[in-house]
Design a protein around this ligand. Structure first.
Ligand code: S2G
Ligand code: ZN
Length: 460
């Protein structure tokens, strides 16, 4: 029996596709560097169907690629070598909401925004948020340990996973942690699957924790003189308030938000960099403290102007200056790096990397933005309209080694939140030691002994 017929015995009708349009659509993510070429796309509806597929794939030596919202930026969900793509679009049910546990058990294909809205409806809050939350899926968020814009206040996806149901690459179903807050019974295997990018098995269900909803919050955008000043501003506000976010973007980034999206410039006075911060503002003291800190930063000469939201609506408008950057500049097919160092090392790091890119890319526009509160900087080099994409990517990749050497010297990460996937795999040594990589391969061999799970991603 041929493979497609066998697959049709495992999955429901119309849940096995191999028409060229489906292969192209489901065989990729947001990266555009690899030509999708999967064998077929399957749409499971249950953990048991996935288990049957994994057993079949082990027998037939077939490779499997998990696919969620296909919003990944490192090629982690690309199928370019006749793999079978396992798309979770039909495993998208909320299974249980528990108001006492403040948790939601859901299938992996639930859209991030769906979970956020469910929390809000129940006067709770799912705090992991980023630009792609309208199309990304919980399973993919967990597989890449997605961060986003509220990490400084609420942590990463990893902090909100109470339990997982997984199918290992060996075809075993594991129910990990069962939603327990405390469970001191040995290795916490859930944390191996979080951030594993689908290389150990499939995450089919997750129990996610919800937070108390903030009563009210305010957003400030501050025009900042330089990066050292930005760090002083971060320290001053971090010491004064409970920050839920502390982001930054350069003046050139703001220029594109203004010219391409028509967003108003947030301050009268312009500056080379802008800080965008958010804090819980549920009493007058908080607001007074924020204004007092703003005045102090002005007196120190770190800030030349600033604005504070007076309503939730205005807060959301200010957020769009930062949240909409990725989608706005995607029109320029940017060459992206997603780097992190400990927060205190950000000024030295940004100076060193900026010197490299300025020297090597004097003809390109370089945009800096990201999450200062997490030490996470996004470096985006815009492709000139008249330059061939292949030539541009080749030119930009030339300095990867220099940029990653600086990252390694400062014990930073070559991939802060976007994952390794295909695009960063060959640079892994800059952030992980040979011994660590050997252990990661050993772990992979335990959970996926025949190497059928997302082969070539993250590990060579
Ligand atoms: C951000 C989104 C993806 C990108 O805006 O924080 O993580 O780098 C990014 O454009
Ligand atoms: Zn980011």
């Amino acid at each position: 029996m041929d493979i497609l017929d066998s697959l049709k015995k495992i999955f429901d009708d119309n849940c096995v596709l191999n028409d060229s349009e489906s292969l192209q659509t489901f065989g990729k993510d947001w990266t555009k560097t690899h030509q999708p070429d999967p064998l077929a796309i399957v749409f499971p509806k249950s953990t048991e169907q996935i288990q049957a597929l994994v057993k079949f794939a082990n027998q037939e030596s077939l490779s499997l690629v998990p696919s969620g919202g296909r919003t990944g930026l490192s090629g982690g969900a690309v199928a370019a070598n006749k793999e079978i793509v396992v798309a979770f679009d039909k495993m998208n049910q909320v299974l249980e909401f528990n108001s006492v546990d403040r948790s939601v058990k859901c299938q992996s294909g639930v859209i991030t925004k769906q979970l956020q809205d469910l929390a809000t409806e129940n006067k709770l809050f799912y705090p992991v948020d980023f630009a792609s939350s309208g199309s990304s899926q919980i399973g993919g968020n967990i597989s890449t340990n997605a961060g986003g814009i509220k990490v400084v206040g609420y942590g990463l996806t990893r902090n909100w996973v109470l339990g997982l149901t997984v199918v290992t690459g060996a075809g075993e179903i594991l129910k990990l942690n069962h939603g327990l807050v405390k469970n001191a019974t040995g290795y916490d295997l859930r944390h191996l699957f979080i951030g594993a990018e689908g290389t150990l098995g499939f995450i089919t269900e997750a129990t996610m924790k919800l937070a108390r909803a903030p009563q009210n919050f305010s957003v400030m955008v501050l025009a900042v003189t330089d990066i050292p000043a930005l760090m002083k501003v971060f320290e001053a506000f971090q010491n004064a308030l409970d920050l839920s976010a502390f982001e930054f973007f350069s003046d050139l980034t703001l220029h594109y938000m203004h010219t391409d999206k028509g967003y108003a410039k947030p301050t009268e006075q312009e500056a080379p960099f802008y800080a965008l911060l958010e804090f819980d503002n549920d009493n007058e003291q908080r607001e007074a403290k924020a204004l007092e800190t703003f005045e102090y930063c002005m007196e120190q000469g770190w800030v030349v102007d600033g604005v504070m939201s007076q309503s939730i609506e205005q807060a959301k408008t200010l957020w769009k200056l930062r949240e909409d950057v990725s989608e706005t500049i995607s029109a320029y097919t940017p060459y992206k790096n997603d780097l992190s160092v400990t927060i205190s090392k950000v000024p030295d790091f940004l100076d060193a990397v900026d010197e490299i890119v300025t020297k090597n890319y004097s003809e390109f526009e370089v945009l800096w933005y990201g999450h200062i509160g997490d030490g996470n900087l996004h470096l985006n080099i815009l492709k000139p309209a008249d330059m061939d994409a292949g030539e541009f990517n080749q030119k930009c990749s030339v300095v990867n080694h220099q940029v990653f050497e600086v990252t390694q010297k400062l014990e930073g990460s070559i991939s802060a939140e976007h994952g390794v996937g295909l695009l960063k795999r060959d640079y892994l040594e800059y952030s992980r030691s040979p011994e660590e990589i050997a252990y990661m391969n050993a772990v992979k061999a335990v959970f996926d002994p025949n190497g059928i799970m997302n082969p070539g991603k993250m590990l060579k």
